[in-house]
Design a protein around this ligand. Structure first.
Ligand SMILES: Nc1ncnc2c1ncn2[C@@H]1O[C@H](COP(=O)(O)OP(=O)(O)OP(=O)(O)O)[C@@H](O)[C@H]1O
Length: 277
């Protein structure tokens, strides 16, 4: 479990006048849980993500990953092994010349047995939905393909907690859907906690919980089913409901029963909504 307790964090050094990027944040992330961080630009989602594997440290409060404090320098290698991140800009994370070398680099860092690396690399590429040869030059990949490579590289390592910070920003809508499906499949094969930072609510309808951020504070925590029917709250957190959910709310206002959202099968739910109308 990741335990975030009463965290205050500021990028500024001015002790008398800190501009808090995060204030008063408390949250537990359970093993194998799928948690979505949602909120407008500058609301603190990325800052909290960076605190979770000790890239930054809180000025007040504490963060512990499976009881290991991020403030204990000796625990940082173990925390980094457990908590892997994929950022919005994949180029910051890519170190190999070829696709195969890039994934192998992370595996070597974590002492993966050399003889089983090729099959692991193939598995990771397939799971991340990146259909390219291992000898392909990283510099020749498109932005979306680089994002998939970044995902493949962290999946290969086998994280216990995976943080994706707007990691689908360069993907087209169908690749984005495929990415979400690939992740669900990877978690089915080998469960891990997923912390998914996004502005796209439709990508996280299947999350166990949403955490809504606004101005560095956690405004609400709940299941998607509990929170998506609160348009004023979502709007105040800079979020726009997906079309299907807006349609469902309009139908409900007209007295039509739309049933519970089926996050695992949104298309089917959409068909039911259309029939209800
Ligand atoms: N490197 C930095 N130095 C100084 N201030 C920063 C830095 N990074 C972020 N901030 C500030 O911290 C606050 C929280 O930013 P953060 O990046 O965590 O928000 P976010 O919710 O992830 O936004 P976005 O959706 O745009 O990525 C903002 O006020 C931002 O200006």
């Amino acid at each position: 479990m990741i335990r975030i307790h009463d965290v205050f964090f500021s990028y500024s050094d001015f002790e008398d006048d800190p501009r808090w990027a995060l204030q008063n944040v408390s949250l537990d992330i359970q093993e194998n849980e799928f948690v979505a961080f949602l909120g407008p630009n500058g609301s603190g989602k990325s800052s909290l993500s960076r605190l979770l594997n000790g890239i930054e440290l809180p000025q007040q409060g504490s963060i512990a990953v499976d009881e290991l404090s991020t403030e204990d320098q000796a625990s940082i290698p173990s925390i980094r092994r457990k908590v892997q991140m994929v950022f919005q800009n994949p180029e910051n994370q890519q170190v190999g010349f070829t696709v195969g070398e890039d994934i192998a680099f992370g595996l070597s860092n974590f002492s993966w047995p050399r003889e089983s690396m090729p099959s692991r690399i193939q598995w990771a590429l397939q799971t991340a939905g990146l259909n390219v040869d291992v000898d392909r030059l990283v510099s020749q990949l498109s932005g979306g393909e680089k994002q998939k490579l970044a995902l493949a590289a962290v999946l290969a390592i086998g994280p216990e907690y995976l943080i994706l910070d707007e990691a689908t920003s360069m993907l087209d809508p169908s690749a984005r859907k495929q990415f979400v499906t690939s992740l669900a499949e990877a978690r089915r094969l080998r469960p891990f906690s997923l912390i998914y930072v996004t502005h796209h609510m439709e990508e996280v309808m299947a999350a166990d919980r949403w955490v809504l951020f606004s101005e560095g504070r956690v405004r609400a925590i709940g299941t998607p089913e509990e929170l998506w029917r609160k348009p004023e709250l979502l709007q105040s957190c800079g979020l726009e409901l997906p079309y299907l959910n807006r349609l469902a709310l309009m139908l409900e206002q007209d007295g039509v029963h739309t049933g519970d959202m089926d996050a695992a099968n949104l298309d089917e739910w959409g068909r039911k909504l259309c029939k209800s109308s």
